[in-house]
Design a protein around this ligand. Structure first.
Ligand SMILES: C[S@@+](CC[C@H](N)C(=O)[O-])C[C@H]1O[C@@H](n2cnc3c(N)ncnc32)[C@H](O)[C@@H]1O
Length: 282
């Protein structure tokens, strides 16, 4: 029987599933360099090492699962988008990937030493339920580690795209209502939810992540073609508004230039938070 929150956000979940199935390859090229910067601290926090049983939830192209496997862990990567699972399997042969829903894990209780989720929680229709599922499949004493973006204006790519839509287009269209995207960056809220499930030792590690682009127009292109929520928002704008939004975004990105000549890059801060918690040993 679906919970009320799940039913309320089912159109959002359907939208996300369609979106991720569609963008798997383009997401990999566009955002893998940014989300990959969280892997090393996440694996450290989750105490990954030889023989540790790890579940990578919302694994996408499988970066975290592959890095954990390279450290000798026994890994399962899970994502609800079949195209992501297929992509991860092609990229990392030898690592196990499977289709599955973070909110309904088809896995036994207490079967993992660590559960990790890299920038997955902000895409879930029912993140509380996914955290409760992580708790269920962790063994007593097991570790949870997940990452979230800081909200705009600190996360510059989101600030730029949302600012451009606000200036030239119509916000709040094109995407069915879903949970607040940046909710778990709020430490009090994270502590409340994790503590309510029974997690202890909740910790927060700030991560300095950047999105590095080759051209000022790249941010518009990847937000339009390689994202899900931003893509829905942009595609719902009129052609005239979209052109203004593109120009606005290009000018903002151009202001983030670093280097010169052939070496020039456009480097946008994307600060994130690594949230860690433990299931009590008993
Ligand atoms: C932003 S990507 C993160 C991918 C990857 N973890 C990384 O480090 O780049 C979010 C992923 O969450 C997946 N996802 C969203 N909702 C899900 C759900 N309910 N169950 C499993 N995966 C889900 C999407 O298919 C997508 O691959």
């Amino acid at each position: 029987m679906p919970q009320a929150s799940e039913r309320a956000f089912q159109p959002f979940k359907n939208f996300e599933l369609r979106g991720w199935r569609d963008v798997a390859e383009r997401y990999d090229t566009a955002f893998g360099g940014a989300t990959g910067q969280a892997i090393a601290p996440m694996l450290d926090a989750a105490r990954i090492g030889p023989g540790v049983r790890v579940l990578d939830v919302a694994c996408g192209p499988g970066y975290v699962a592959a890095a954990a496997a390279a450290q000798g862990a026994s890994v399962l990567g899970l994502d609800f988008a079949a195209e992501m699972v297929a992509l991860a399997g092609r990229k990392w042969p030898g690592v196990e990937f499977r289709a599955g829903d973070a909110e309904h894990l088809d896995l036994p209780d207490a079967s993992f030493d660590a559960v990790v989720m890299n920038f997955g929680i902000l895409h879930l229709a029912d993140p509380d339920r996914a955290l409760a599922e992580a708790w269920r499949v962790l063994r007593p004493g097991g570790q949870l580690a997940f990452t979230v973006w800081e909200p705009p204006p600190r996360t510059v790519p989101f600030e730029i795209v949302l600012g451009a839509v606000k200036a030239w287009g119509v916000p709040d269209i094109g995407v069915p209502p879903g949970p607040p995207m940046f909710r778990f960056a709020d430490q009090a809220e994270s502590r409340r939810v994790l503590g309510g499930i029974g997690f202890e030792d909740v910790g927060f590690v700030p991560l300095t992540i950047t999105l590095s682009l080759a051209q000022p127009g790249d941010l518009f292109t990847i937000m339009l073609d390689a994202g899900v929520r931003t893509s829905g928002l942009l595609k719902a704008q009129t052609a005239v508004a979209l052109n203004k939004i593109r120009e606005h975004m290009q000018a903002k990105v151009a202001a983030c230039a670093i280097g010169d000549g052939a070496e020039i890059r456009y480097v946008l801060p994307m600060p994130a938070v690594l949230i860690t918690a433990a299931k009590p040993a008993r």
